[in-house]
Ligand binder design. Structure first.
Ligand SMILES: [Mg+2]
Length: 261
C-alpha cells in the first residue's frame, strides 16, 4: 500500500517560526529599524498573494519571497533561507511528533511504501528530516519545485500514485490541502488532529467521522487554511476525512483495518 505523508504538523515541527523567520527579521530590522511584525507580515502576504494567483510553486519559494520583500524594505544583503534552515535544525527549533519513528519503522517493516508529499521545497524539508533521524524511513519525497504543482491540486497527489500503483492513504493535518486534496483523487484521507475533542477521540477509530461534532471540526479546519476564500466550491462532504486520529501511532490501526478488507 502507498502511504503519503504531510510533514509539518504531522511528522515534524520545522524551524521557520522559532529560528528562520526571527533571524530574517532580526537582520532586516537591524538595518531598517522595522519590527519583527512589520517585516514578517509582508513576507506572509507575498506568499498568500502567490497562492491566490495560483502560483503554487512560487508560493513556497521562501528564498525568493524573502529576498523580494527585503529589497522592497530597503535591505539588499543576500539571505540564504536554506542555509538558515540547516543552521536551526537543532533541538529547541525542531522536533519529531510522538510515536512517529516507531510507527514509520513498523509500517516499513510490513512493506508499505512510505512517501513524503509536502508543499515545502526539498532543500527546506530534507535537512529537518535528516536532523530528526527519520529521513531514511521514506522511499521518496515529492515537493512542489520538482513536481511543478502542490497540494491541494490533484496532479500533485497523482504523481506518487503513478509511481506506486494500488491503494493509497494520505495522512495530513490541513483540511483543504491534505483531506480535500486526497479525497479528490480517491485516496483514503487520514486527518491528524492533535486537539481532537475527547468526545470524538473516545469513539473507536472507524466510528469517529460519524460523530455529530465532525462537521463543525471540519468547517473550522477549512477556515484555518491561509487562503480558504480561494476555494469557493468547497463542501463539508468533500473535506470530510476517511479517518481522524489524534496521534500518529493510531495510524497503525487505520492501516490494519484497510489491509484486512
Ligand atoms: Mg501540515
Amino acid at each position: 500500500m502507498l502511504l503519503t505523508f504531510d510533514l509539518d504538523g504531522v511528522v515534524m515541527k520545522n524551524p521557520f517560526s522559532t529560528g528562520v523567520f526571527p533571524e530574517v527579521t532580526r537582520r532586516i530590522g537591524e538595518k531598517t529599524g522595522l519590527s519583527h511584525q512589520q517585516i514578517l507580515e509582508p513576507i506572509i502576504a507575498e506568499a498568500r498573494s502567490r497562492m491566490a494567483l495560483g502560483k503554487m510553486v512560487d508560493a513556497y519559494n521562501w528564498d525568493e519571497i524573502v529576498s523580494l520583500v527585503a529589497r522592497r524594505l530597503g535591505f539588499t544583503e543576500p539571505i540564504d533561507i536554506a542555509a538558515l534552515v540547516r543552521r536551526f535544525s537543532v533541538p529547541g527549533h525542531i522536533y519529531v511528533y510522538p510515536e512517529v519513528p516507531e510507527t514509520l519503522e513498523f509500517l516499513r517493516s510490513v512493506n508499505h511504501n512510505l512517501v513524503v508529499l509536502t508543499n515545502g521545497f526539498r532543500k527546506y524539508q530534507l535537512p529537518v528530516l535528516q536532523a530528526l533521524g527519520v529521513a531514511d524511513f521514506f522511499d521518496a519525497i515529492f515537493t512542489p519545485e520538482v513536481s511543478g504543482t502542490a497540494k491541494p491540486h490533484r496532479e500533485f497527489f497523482l504523481q506518487p500514485q503513478k509511481r506506486y500503483p494500488g491503494p493509497h492513504i494520505h495522512v495530513g493535518d490541513m483540511i483543504i490541502h491534505d483531506i480535500m486534496g486526497a479525497n479528490q483523487v480517491g485516496a483514503t484521507s487520514v486527518w491528524v488532529c492533535h486537539d481532537l475533542p475527547p468526545s470524538v477521540a473516545a469513539l473507536p477509530i472507524r466510528e469517529r467521522t460519524s460523530h455529530a461534532q465532525m462537521e463543525e471540526l471540519v468547517s473550522r479546519g477549512i477556515q484555518r487554511d491561509l487562503n480558504a476564500s480561494d476555494y469557493s466550491g468547497l463542501t463539508i462532504a468533500s473535506c470530510m476525512p476517511g479517518f481522524v486520529i489524534r496521534s500518529f501511532g493510531e495510524l497503525v490501526d487505520v492501516v490494519g483495518m484497510l489491509t484486512q478488507c
